[in-house]
Structure formats: structure tokens, C-alpha cells
Design a protein. Structure first.
Length: 187
């Protein structure tokens, strides 16, 4: 059963990765870099500041930092535990996929997917009562994580697992945030 799932995962990777072309490689390399998303982060910071004020925004940023540190460290534990080769390093398929970027770390599961989904979920839970189009926050992890498949760095299961872990982490951190808000700041 596991072999069948991994075979389907590899087939889907080969298909999705094969949709790319040299024309768009530069765009996807730009998308995969976290620093290139700073304009989005600044807009989100402005929206938070506008609704929450300085003190609460700084407090919330502390939660975001802890959330990212948590998801990043758990991702690394899984990568080092499973030691699944990235597609770009897998000798069984690296000659049939488009290798746009390489990395020597392991593949399962995607830190890009986990971190972006965790932060999006957490911020969605915070901002949804203030802005009706907050659901569009989830475009960021979709585009950001797909870049990893396009570049030949992750399998689809790596991305989906990262999404699930990120969503659970974001929801859990939101519950902790709410609890602390009620217990210490609502008096």
C-alpha cells in the first residue's frame, strides 16, 4: 500500500514538475525565496496594526515567531527522522524531472508548506472578524509551496503533509493566543 502511494506521489511530481518551462523558471525561483514575500508581510503587519494597535500587534508577532520556530523545528525533526531524499537528489527520478534548484537537506515534509500554512491559518483566525476577504491569505502557501514541486525540491505528499501540520499548528497556536488573551489581557 505504501509503495503504491509513493509511486503515485512520484508520478504526480513528475507530471507537475514537467509542466514547467525555462521561460518561467526565474519567476518560480523568485517565488520560493521567503524574502521576496516581504511586501505581503508588510501589508499584513499594517492590517494587524490598524485593527489591534501597537501593543497587541507586537504581542501577536511574538506568537508568530514562536509558531514559525515550532513548525520549523518539528519539520527538521521529521526530515532527519525519515531522511527521504529530495526529488532532485533521488537517482531514480532526478534524470527525468526538471531540476531548477537543488538542496542537500531531506524532503519529508516541506518546511515552506508547514510554515506558510501555519502563519496563514493563525493570521486568518485573527483577521477574519475584521476583513471579509481574509480567506485569500491561503493563496500564499499554495503558491509558495507549489514552487517547491516546480523546482524539483519536494514531492506532493511532502507539501500536503506540511499543509496539514501547518494548519494544525496554526489552529493550536490561535487557541493558545485566545486563552492567554482572555486570561491576562481581558481584565
Amino acid at each position: 500500500m505504501l509503495d503504491k502511494i509513493l509511486s503515485l506521489d512520484t508520478g504526480l511530481l513528475v507530471y507537475l514538475n514537467g509542466l514547467g518551462s525555462e521561460t518561467y523558471d526565474g519567476l518560480w525561483l523568485m517565488i520560493t525565496k521567503q524574502l521576496n514575500w516581504i511586501p505581503l508581510f508588510l501589508v499584513l503587519l499594517y492590517l494587524l496594526f490598524k485593527k489591534l494597535g501597537t501593543k497587541q500587534t507586537l504581542y501577536l508577532l511574538l506568537f508568530v515567531a514562536v509558531l514559525i520556530a515550532f513548525t520549523d523545528q518539528v519539520t527538521n525533526l521529521f526530515k532527519n527522522g525519515f531522511q527521504r531524499l529530495r526529488p532532485c537528489n533521488n537517482p531514480e527520478i532526478n534524470s527525468i524531472i526538471r531540476l531548477v534548484k537543488t538542496s542537500n537537506s531531506y524532503s519529508f515534509f516541506s518546511g515552506h508548506a508547514a510554515n506558510s500554512m501555519a502563519v496563514s491559518t493563525f493570521l486568518y483566525c485573527i483577521l477574519k472578524k475584521y476583513y471579509k476577504h481574509t480567506i485569500f491569505l491561503f493563496l500564499w502557501p499554495l503558491i509558495f509551496a507549489y514552487s517547491r514541486i516546480y523546482l524539483g525540491l519536494h514531492y506532493p505528499i511532502d507539501i500536503l503533509t506540511g499543509y496539514v501540520f501547518g494548519m494544525l499548528s496554526g489552529c493550536t497556536m490561535f487557541k493558545i493566543y485566545q486563552y492567554i488573551q482572555i486570561k491576562y489581557f481581558s481584565k
